[in-house]
Design a protein around this ligand. Structure first.
Ligand code: P1T
Length: 399
């Protein structure tokens, strides 16, 4: 099927998919076999062993490749530059294997706590990465850091987790290209529905597919996508060599989630915008961070960079700082009913959490303080329940 003229909503359902030639099944079978029969040693149908080749995983990987716009054909690469892993961190860790030991590495200062831990507490020693954390949402600081450090790789999240900073992907990727650095964008919060980093000059996209892509809080998975065939081939080698692949059952769940990504994102964005505005007017809330608000420092970049159905769209994540510090935020988090107090995000159900104690506890305290991840800061993942019900829940918990 030619994909060039299809709307992203249609691609969520049909991108990279075809009905089963044998039975006509519209969803791919879950191929559980760990191995495949060979007619003669080395003579087979392209499938040898399920870590290396699995048709259910390929179907999900192709869906992601199409949504991220890799532009790689199936004849060139079986999953068109999309690769699925057993978690978001497994995808990230495999991506880091592209680097020589001792490489210089620039990381966005605000990233998921687990990404920070993987870099600081694992790869800084095991791979000897020389890591600089930089506020890449400040264009002059980003350019300065890239020019002076000449890193091998630049890693950013936009919107970032949890302070929702926005990075101008095209500007950073252009600077990175000048020094020959690879630009990697963690696109978990925006999803390919709102932002396509490869089209803006990034080399690799990473996702925690556990979040919006899966969408139902019932699967842990990770994804990489690239539009460079050479990188796709190297990442495929690493995916097999390191081995942290996504299993067939989880690939099926992730593919099922992907089908409804567009409709879910519409509702997430609409509700989050309303809730962010409502929170901004609430006397117990000292600050609301949401890229769709005029008060957001990079609102203009977000408006340029993030869209859905041709209109600006800012995602389903909101960060708020409550008056009254830890006591107030603890009481609030204990009082919510519809919002579930839990780590993770991006599911159909609304979640809420306290990053300093929960998702970002592994970020060094001084770094947390510098980023403003303090005791009053709470993070909301706005689900797709009726918006007024969510506002009523927040209202009773705040009051
Ligand atoms: O949890 P896992 O699937 O391994 O994904 C890691 C990861 C990577 N990138 C971003 C931006 C993330 O938010 C995450 C995971 N985040 C959470 C669990 C959380 O609650 O923030």
């Amino acid at each position: 099927m030619s994909h060039s003229k299809l709307h992203p909503s249609t691609l969520c359902i049909h991108g990279g998919q075809s009905n089963c030639e044998v039975t006509g099944a519209v969803m791919p079978p879950i191929y559980t076999s760990s191995t495949y029969a060979q007619e003669s040693p080395g003579v087979h149908k392209g499938f040898e062993y399920s870590r290396s080749h699995n048709a259910t995983r390929y179907a999900f990987e192709r869906a992601i490749a199409i949504l991220e716009g890799t532009g790689i054909a199936q004849e060139q690469d079986p999953s068109m530059g999309g690769l699925a892993f057993s978690s978001g961190l497994a995808a990230s860790a495999t991506c880091l294997e592209l680097l020589e030991k001792g490489s210089c590495f620039i990381c966005m200062d605000d990233v998921y706590g687990g990404t920070n831990r993987l870099l600081n507490q694992v790869r800084a020693t095991t791979q000897g990465l020389d890591i600089e954390f930089v506020n890449l949402s400040d264009p002059s600081r980003a350019a300065e850091a890239i020019r002076s450090h000449k890193p091998a790789m630049i890693w950013l999240e936009t919107p970032s987790n949890p302070t929702l900073k926005i990075v101008d992907i095209a500007a950073v990727a252009a600077e990175a290209a000048k020094v020959g650095a690879l630009t990697v964008v963690d696109n978990t919060f925006a999803t390919p529905m709102l932002q396509q980093p490869l089209q803006l000059g990034a080399d690799i996209v990473v996702h925690s597919g556990t979040k919006y892509i899966g969408g139902h809080s019932d699967v842990v998975c990770g994804v990489l996508a690239t539009n460079k065939l050479e990188l796709a081939q190297r990442l495929r080698f690493l995916q097999n060599a390191v081995g942290s692949i996504l299993g067939p059952f989880d690939s099926y769940l992730a593919l099922r989630g992907t089908k409804t990504l567009a409709v879910r994102m519409r509702q997430h964005c609409e509700s989050a915008m309303k809730i962010a505005r409502w929170l901004e007017d609430h006397p117990s809330v000292s600050k609301v961070i949401y890229p769709g608000l005029d008060s957001h420092p990079q609102h203009d970049v977000a408006t340029r960079q993030m869209s859905l159905d041709g209109n600006p769209a800012y995602g389903g994540m909101i960060t708020a700082i409550l008056e009254g510090g830890i006591d107030r935020s603890r009481r609030f988090l204990e009082q919510v009913n519809l919002f579930t107090l839990a780590e993770s995000l991006g599911g159909v159900e609304s979640l809420i959490e306290h990053p300093a104690i929960m998702t970002h506890a592994s970020v060094p305290e001084a770094a947390r303080a510098e980023l403003g991840i303090d005791d009053g800061l709470v993070r909301l993942s706005v689900g797709i329940e009726q918006t007024d019900d969510l506002i009523d829940d927040l209202s009773q918990a705040l009051n």
